[in-house]
Design a protein around this ligand. Structure first.
Ligand code: FAD
Length: 525
């Protein structure tokens, strides 16, 4: 079939399903350059995400070739009498259907068949301009030939730029550089009215701040200008263990308090994780340890106590003398109170460190353990209540089988721009606690989806009952009341921005914050 005829058929189907009232010729004109797909494989892929717990089918999937394509489809939805919803999908790594679009159009930003613009590096000004659907691994590949790299990362690089900027984008560098949203100079955004707007701190700042951590509510990010730094060549990667939680958090907090120091006097990355079971060797962050390490670790654990692992790195450059790296590391380690026999060190290229989770992904994929349900729960916990959280959750609610890594590391609030849409606890230092668990059907009752979801509910209830003051990261709620509670005093601003930039509530309805204004004409939401 000729491309235009194919498109016309597709549009007619869209009209039939969602009841658009525009004339087909207008639609054809509006859509001539777009690549709207009704292919079953495309629809099924867009109706699923990494969480594998929510399945919602769109009517069509758009593979945009440009910002203009994104603008056309949104404008169409905005101008049509009956309307339809539009959601950007990065790499579909959400947990609860956040990038899905019931009976609407999913804009597949990553792996776009239309091959939108390639990354463009400015060596002089140390930034890279990238398409909103670019994966971070490809951003890195584009900057390395210039000896440059982004400053702030996520642990896993097969996530899209637009997807992580719509949340925050955090990893062990956040204490020092802030989240990824603190390292963006400028973005192009297509708003819920179909307008294309370039924005930055000093150019349309309201929209800029709205989309940073905005959960896709205010526009689709089609280009981002990301700050770069000279890329380190190698990384000294160190893990040390603690059996005492207070000593563990004391040391983590000390290390992040060094953020203002020269680089020789601080680590470049500070994370940590909880070890409550023998499953360490099987989880996706365990590639660090050699086969003999778990034996050593279980000897240290001495009878199944909860252990805490501090994970730190020191980056170095070609010219760095390895001996001076040793000295800098030793000087910092001397200040810490870990179990003396528990230092594990490795040294590897910077790229291999950044891409460490992909290695583990490949292993899990080969065992059929990657495409399973992931009832993940990510929380920001204020520093003053982290001990209570440890007692109630790590040593309480969690059994002795965790079914996945549990990360814990602190961050400095002053590295987060308070004008953005993200909400964090009120205290100056807060922790990320990430329960990254996989549900398995291997006959072990402790690992079922029901059991893990039930534990998540218990954890949230414990935090509420004990007034811990948490905020969810990658938040998931199903009622507007819960969302208002999540945003707290930021809700009026969030609401006002929504009315300004997406007044018909077309965008990212999978987040379940706002109902589309044309809900009655939709089959389901
Ligand atoms: P999607 O899941 O496709 O989209 C997420 C939301 O953003 C949706 O609402 C979508 O509509 C919206 N969106 C997507 N693209 C755009 C765009 N261009 N413009 C506007 N809105 C858009 N997060 C961290 O911060 N740190 C980590 O270390 C980390 N590690 C992870 C490891 C793994 C294995 C996985 C699966 C996830 C991890 N995440 C981490 C979470 C990740 O940040 C989220 O899944 C996020 O949603 C990015 O995924 P995505 O690019 O696939 O976006």
């Amino acid at each position: 079939m000729a491309p235009n005829l194919l498109l016309l058929t597709a549009i007619c189907r869209l009209i039939a399903i969602v009841g658009l009232t525009l004339h087909p010729t207008d639609l054809l004109l509006a859509g001539t350059e777009t690549q709207l797909s009704f292919n079953r494989t495309d629809i099924q892929s867009a109706s699923l995400d990494f969480g594998r717990m929510t399945i919602t089918e769109p009517t069509a999937v758009l593979h945009p070739s440009s910002t203009g394509d994104v603008a056309k489809i949104i404008k169409l939805a905005y101008d049509s009498a009956d309307g339809f919803v539009v959601s950007a999908r990065g790499h579909g790594h959400s947990i609860n259907g956040q990038s899905q679009a019931a009976n609407g159009v999913v804009v597949q930003m990553s792996g776009s068949r239309g091959k939108p613009v390639a990354p463009e590096v400015s060596e002089k000004l140390m930034y890279v301009d990238v398409w909103g659907g670019e994966l971070w691994i490809d951003v890195l590949k584009s900057t390395l030939p210039y000896g440059l790299a982004p400053k702030s990362w996520t642990d896993y690089l097969y996530l899209s730029v637009g997807g992580t900027l719509s949340n925050a984008g955090i990893s062990g560098q956040a204490f020092n550089h802030g989240p990824q949203i603190s390292n963006v100079h400028e973005v192009d955004v297509v708003t819920g009215k179909g307008d294309v707007v370039t924005c930055a701190e000093d150019k349309n700042p309201e929209l800029f701040h709205a989309v940073m951590g905005g959960l896709g509510q205010f526009g689709i990010i089609t280009r981002a200008r990301i700050a770069l730094e000279p890329s380190p060549r190698r990384v000294r990667w160190i893990r040390v263990l603690y059996s005492n939680f207070s000593e563990f958090t004391h040391d983590q907090e000390y290390l992040i308090s060094l953020h203002g120091q020269p680089s020789s006097k601080k680590f470049d990355y500070v994370e940590g994780f909880v070890i409550v079971d023998e499953g360490l060797i099987n989880n996706w962050r365990s590639s660090f340890f050699s086969p003999s390490n778990p034996v050593k670790i279980s000897a240290i654990a001495d009878g199944g106590n909860v252990l805490y692992c501090l994970e730190i790195t020191k980056n170095y450059y070609n010219h760095s003398d390895p001996e001076s790296v040793n000295q800098e590391v030793d000087a910092l380690l001397k200040k810490l109170n870990y179990i003396p026999a528990s230092v594990f060190t490795t040294d590897l290229p910077y790229v291999d460190f950044l891409n460490r989770v992909h290695k583990a992904e490949m292993k899990l994929r080969s065992k059929g353990l990657w495409d399973v349900p992931h009832p993940w729960l990510n929380l920001f916990v204020p520093k003053s209540r982290i001990n209570d959280f440890d007692e109630g959750v790590f040593k309480g609610i969690l059994g002795n089988k965790t079914s996945g890594p549990i990360l814990i590391y602190p961050m400095n609030k002053n590295k987060w721009d308070k004008e953005t849409s993200v909400v964090t606890p009120t205290e100056e230092v807060f922790y990320l606690v990430a329960l990254l668990r996989s549900a398995l059907q291997n006959g072990d009752e402790a690992l079922t989806i029901e059991r893990l979801n039930n534990e998540n509910r218990q954890i949230l209830k414990f935090c509420e009952d004990e007034k811990i003051g948490i905020k969810q990261y990658l938040p998931h709620y199903t009622t507007q009341e819960e969302w208002m509670n999540h945003y707290g005093e930021k809700w009026p601003q969030f609401y006002k921005r929504k009315m300004e930039f997406d007044p018909r509530h077309i965008l990212a309805t999978g987040q379940r914050i706002f109902e589309p204004s044309f809900i009655s004409s939709m089959k389901s939401w």
